[in-house]
Design a protein around this ligand. Structure first.
Ligand code: G6P
Length: 602
């Protein structure tokens, strides 16, 4: 997992690149580096640490040249240190490159190149690429041919940015299973792992597909096929996200900003899909065999989707982690299967692999995606966008609630087609969904109270989250949010499971968060909360029923909402609890340790 940004034009390249790297830090932040080129050759500065530290330590902002490439790293091969930081270069120092992804066959290539006398400096898989191009250049007539010959020998995932000292007017960018997008400017061009990296300069973009590479100069761009070297026709798309949307807008952290963006994001998800949903629903309503595949928070959205589909369409989708599905479900998928892949980034390696498996078996694939033009959208037969805008915080918030909007709309519409629920009830749900943005806004007003609650929890070691029915995925998501950013151990489970083990862990003062929306099992859940309380648990209850006051040490009072819509508003206090606990414990909620925003390797 890494971020790439390249620039060629009239500006000092290092300035554009440092800005871009700051915006890409969510992709990885254990080390970073830049290569620039001028008439004297290439200049590389790099090291372990965050961009801002490196700006000071190796003076990234004083590098010469009007073309260059930067990289922010999240280590896969080779520990994060100064030497393993990208860019990497060949023996001559004339070729330098940065890489996002994993080269699976780097060991044999490295051995072969060592035998041929190449001198390796790092432990990375990336460095072999520079030497491999150097080797091919000995026999190829020109650099581009050498590049193509070298790259077709690689197995694995890679997005690359490459600079060659002897071609001072150009940069090369290659995509294979890792994201890469070109930014087209006036007298300058860009390339990056993600649009916000250069959005300040241009919103005209070209998404590269797997097996393609681009040659950019300051005044031109060309996309070609890696195998054949033939030109590929590509269209320029215009991105409507403003840079401000991709920045913090005055909030201390992206995560808090993104939590507060939810009323707007939910509205956009509803209105952005109003026309499409009935069409898509008609296309997929006939499928009885349904799999929902996803990872992380998107997986929890899939679990909510399961409850919605069960209740409204009377069909039972199988929900599977994509990492399991890709290996375990091979024989179960056929052309009568519908696979719904849910992925914020559209680049999660396991989710893409699950989708590819489904496609190879002629299943119908629907993707629910946030990032426009991402790989998932190109694999899928149909894509529905969450329209949440860029999400920079590693912990997903607004992309989760917008995924839930789409699943709700789909379930309602399919239920209409199949006539599996009362029309009046479906109309009511749809109407109330339109009120959810306002409901979420009112919950955000509880922020200060939740921050105070977090003050009292900050020294706790474990927190338990329970729910029943459609509240279960919310409990799981609350626990995931807490552990990923506050580093407090958290477990989410269905309340019925409490007695089968976890109750043994409850002792005086252990916090137990109960997700308690209205519904047919609320009384059962109240019984479970009582049991936990009797063992000394400190109960924090999220709900609207009067009866909850009796069992709650702290009640987070929710406005009334239909049970089936409750997962959207009920997750908001849990996001805020996790956010405040992370901040109170001195963590950066936007950049949790060991985690990355999009997991583009298996
Ligand atoms: C990572 C992120 C999570 C996200 C998961 C799935 O673990 O940190 O926030 O839920 O990947 O990502 P996707 O982009 O496929 O939704």
């Amino acid at each position: 997992m890494c971020g790439i940004i390249g620039y060629i034009g009239e500006r000092p390249a290092c300035e554009v690149i440092v800005k871009g790297l700051r915006r890409l830090e969510y992709r990885g932040y254990d080390s970073a580096g830049i290569v620039t080129g001028d008439l004297k050759g290439l200049h590389i500065r790099k090291g372990a640490g965050r961009i801002d530290e490196l700006v000071k330590r190796v003076d990234l902002l004083s590098m010469p040249g009007n073309r260059g490439i930067g990289h922010t790293r999240w280590a896969t091969h080779g520990v994060p240190n100064d030497i393993n930081a990208h860019p990497h270069s060949d023996c001559t120092g004339k070729i330098a490159l940065v890489h996002n992804g994993i080269i699976e066959n780097y060991e044999p290539i490295r051995r072969e190149l060592l035998e041929k006398g190449h001198n390796f400096r790092s432990d990375t898989d990336t460095e072999v690429i520079a030497h491999l191009i150097e080797e091919e250049l000995k026999t190829a007539g020109d650099f581009e041919t050498a590049l193509r010959r070298a790259l077709t020998k690689l197995k694995g995932s890679f997005a690359l940015g490459i600079i060659y000292a002897d071609e001072p007017d150009r940069l090369y960018f290659v995509r294979n299973e890792s994201p890469l997008v070109l930014g087209i400017g006036e007298g300058e061009n860009f390339a990056a792992s993600d649009v916000p990296a250069f959005l300040e300069y241009t919103n005209r973009v070209i998404f590269l597909d797997d097996g393609e590479y681009a040659v950019i100069t300051k005044d031109s761009w060309e996309v070609k096929n890696l195998k054949t070297g033939e030109r590929v026709e590509k269209g320029i798309q215009t991105i409507e996200w403003s840079l401000e949307m991709a920045e913090k807008s005055g909030y201390p952290h992206f995560m808090l900003k993104e939590i507060y963006e939810q009323p707007k994001a939910i509205k956009d998800a509803i209105y952005g899909n109003l026309e499409l949903i009935p069409k898509v629903a008609r296309e997929i309503a006939g499928y009885e065999k349904m799999y929902f595949v996803a990872m992380g928070t998107s997986y929890h959205a899939a679990l909510v989707g399961k409850y919605l589909f069960q209740r409204l369409t009377k069909r039972v989708p199988v929900v599977e982690e994509a990492s399991e599905f890709r290996y375990e479900f091979e024989d179960l998928v056929d052309d009568k299967t519908l696979v719904i892949a849910i992925t914020q980034s559209g680049e999660t390696a396991d989710t893409l692999a699950a989708m590819k498996l489904a496609k190879s078996k002629d299943a119908k694939v629907l993707a629910i995606v946030n990032v426009v033009g991402s790989m998932a959208t190109r694999i899928a037969d149909i894509t529905l966008y969450t329209h949440a805008g860029p999400e920079i915080g590693v912990a997903a918030t607004k992309t989760y609630t917008t995924q839930l909007v789409i699943l709700t709309l789909l379930a309602i519409e399919i239920a209409r087609i199949l006539k599996t629920a009362e029309k009046e009830f479906l109309d009511l749900l749809e109407k109330e969904l339109n009120n959810v943005p306002d409901i979420v806004s009112s919950i955000l007003e509880l922020n200060e109270g939740i921050r105070e609650l977090a003050e009292n929890l900050k020294e706790k070691r474990d927190v338990f989250y329970i729910g029943r029915g459609i509240g279960v995925p919310t409990a799981l998501e609350g626990a995931l949010k807490l552990k990923e950013i506050s580093y407090i151990h958290a477990e989410g489970l269905s309340a019925g499971e409490l007695k089968h083990g976890p109750l043994a862990l409850l002792e005086e003062g252990v916090p137990l968060v109960a997700v308690a929306p209205p519904g047919k099992t609320l009384n059962k859940l109240i019984g479970n909360i009582e049991e936990a309380k009797a063992r000394g648990a400190r109960t924090i209850v999220v709900g609207s029923s009067e009866e909850l006051k009796r069992v709650a040490d702290t009640l987070i009072a929710m406005p009334p909402v239909e049970e089936l819509l409750s997962p959207i508003p009920y997750v908001i206090p849990l996001q805020l609890i996790a956010y405040h606990l992370a901040v109170l414990r001195g963590n950066d909620p936007d950049k949790p340790r060991n985690l990355a925003k999009s997991v583009t390797v298996e």
